[in-house]
Design a protein around this ligand. Structure first.
Ligand SMILES: *Cc1c(COP(=O)(O)O)cnc(C)c1O
Length: 444
């Protein structure tokens, strides 16, 4: 039977965050294979993976060490359960994550996506406060930042701040308090106004990714930590996007010497190989859940594929690669190169601002009529030139694998610059130039 995946896709698939009517009117790009920083389409064409396959690839595709670790694990067991049983990979990975994470985070609770990692932190923080003595049980609410993104499940959407993702579901969402990103005085006002109601503050440390790579001013995260301590509130750091080297350090928290009460990890955890997430918590939080079973202090939460052995094997191999390949050391000159290359992009008349930290970059094209779909046009132009990138509205995101070569990094930024210019020209071309030409007379 010959199957055309593109046709099957149009007939049966439903894509995430995708206006399906337009999708079905276009020819989908079908990725069949990948190698290092390149994705290979079904027609054999190669593309630079400029978005790390949605912000998660770290050491490149088909990494020999990670491939081997997953294959070896297949020879043992693909899946068992963490409910009532344990396995070596989950235990070893937990120990290594605790070792790497900011001090004080000593317990690892697994799940399978960034959304569940944050959802779990919210539920843990809430239950922890409920199980404390006296007044603290009144702490039932959360503070988040405006334009925040913490995932797509109802709990994680409730603490999100992006209207487009929230508006439809508003009646389903729980009540929260929003603070202005990067403004410690505003957070202080919110915490002071709701002194005894707040269970936890949730933030994306240093860079709010989905907001369009919004960068917080230096010192902000440290100020957030201090305020949480002053008001007796737990701090949840969502490092789903910033974790595993993205911002130039293993975790963004390190840059401000901040240790949160919860650390949420997902995207880069397995090097971008498999769905695995972890919510790290402090021993103080963990101890709040201890007691005789009949006291019902247990955390009643767990996903079927939690701590999947294949995913844990990939994550362990990814951490090995960080050590063996000295990934963080070798990243530093590439960050400097990227910063230099982006100076030229920022100087382009079509570009309003370039923001970001490390290998987490947003190129803001400024305000444009939404019907021009400028960001999408840039993506299509980049595709013609051999790179896969994905915009957030009119912000072009560059998030290459940490392992990308300097040559490929140069090429990626070059393609991005050319694509921005070409998309801008096409979008603002005088009407005459884009009008459909008169039909040619039919050849006799
Ligand atoms: C992507 C992301 C999430 C959600 O992760 P999923 O795996 O897509 O559920 C949560 N928080 C942040 C900061 C993210 O970038």
């Amino acid at each position: 039977m010959s199957v055309d995946p593109a046709q099957l896709d149009r007939d049966h698939l439903w894509h995430p965050f995708t206006p399906q009517r337009d999708w079905c009117g276009e020819e989908p790009l079908v990725i069949e294979r990948a190698e290092g920083s390149q994705l290979i389409a079904s027609d054999g064409r190669r593309y630079l993976d400029g978005a790390s396959s949605l912000w998660c690839n770290v050491h490149g595709h088909r990494h020999p060490g990670i491939d081997r670790a997953v294959i070896e694990q297949l020879g043992r067991v693909a899946h068992s359960t963490m409910l009532g049983l344990s396995h070596p990979g989950a235990a070893e990975l937990a120990a290594r994550l605790v070792d790497l994470a900011p001090p004080g985070l000593s317990r690892v609770f697994y799940s399978d996506s960034g959304s569940t990692a944050t959802e779990i932190a919210l539920k843990m923080a809430f239950q922890y406060q409920q199980q404390r003595d006296g007044q603290e049980a009144r702490r039932t609410s959360f503070v988040h930042l405006r334009d925040a993104y913490h995932g797509d499940t109802i709990g994680s959407v409730s603490v999100g701040g992006i209207d487009l993702f929230q508006a439809t579901y508003r009646p389903l969402l729980f009540q929260t308090h929003a603070a202005e990103p990067g403004d410690a005085a505003d957070l202080e006002r919110v915490l002071a106004a709701h002194r005894e109601e707040i269970a936890a503050v949730i933030v994306e440390p240093l860079v709010q990714g989905a907001a369009g790579m919004l960068v917080h001013p230096p010192g902000y995260l440290r100020a957030v930590r201090k305020l949480c301590d002053r008001f007796g509130v737990l701090l949840i750091c969502d490092e789903v996007a910033t974790g595993f080297g993205r911002t130039g350090t293993m975790f963004a928290c390190e840059q401000e010497q901040v240790a949160p009460d919860f650390l949420c990890l997902a995207k880069g955890l397995t090097g971008g190989y498999m769905p695995l997430a972890a919510t790290l918590a402090t021993e103080r939080v963990y101890e709040g859940f201890l007691g005789a079973p009949e006291e019902q202090r247990t955390f009643f939460h767990g996903h079927t594929y939690t701590g999947n052995p294949l995913a844990c094997a990939a994550a362990l191999a990814s951490l090995d690669a960080f050590e063996r390949e000295r990934t963080m050391l070798r990243l530093q000159p590439k960050i400097r190169l990227l910063t230099e290359l982006l100076d030229e992009i920022e100087a382009m008349p079509e570009v309003a601002e370039v923001r970001g930290r490390g290998f987490m970059v947003g190129i803001d094209l400024g305000e444009h009529d939404a019907t021009l779909r400028l960001g999408d046009r840039v993506t299509l132009e980049a595709r013609k030139r051999g790179a896969i990138i994905r915009p957030l509205g009119n912000v072009i995101v560059l998030m290459p694998p940490l392992s990308i070569s300097k040559g490929d990094l140069r090429r990626l930024v070059e393609i991005t610059g050319e694509s921005i210019a070409a998309a801008h020209d096409a979008a603002y071309a005088p009407a005459a130039a884009i009008a459909t030409p008169a039909p040619l007379p039919r050849a006799a």
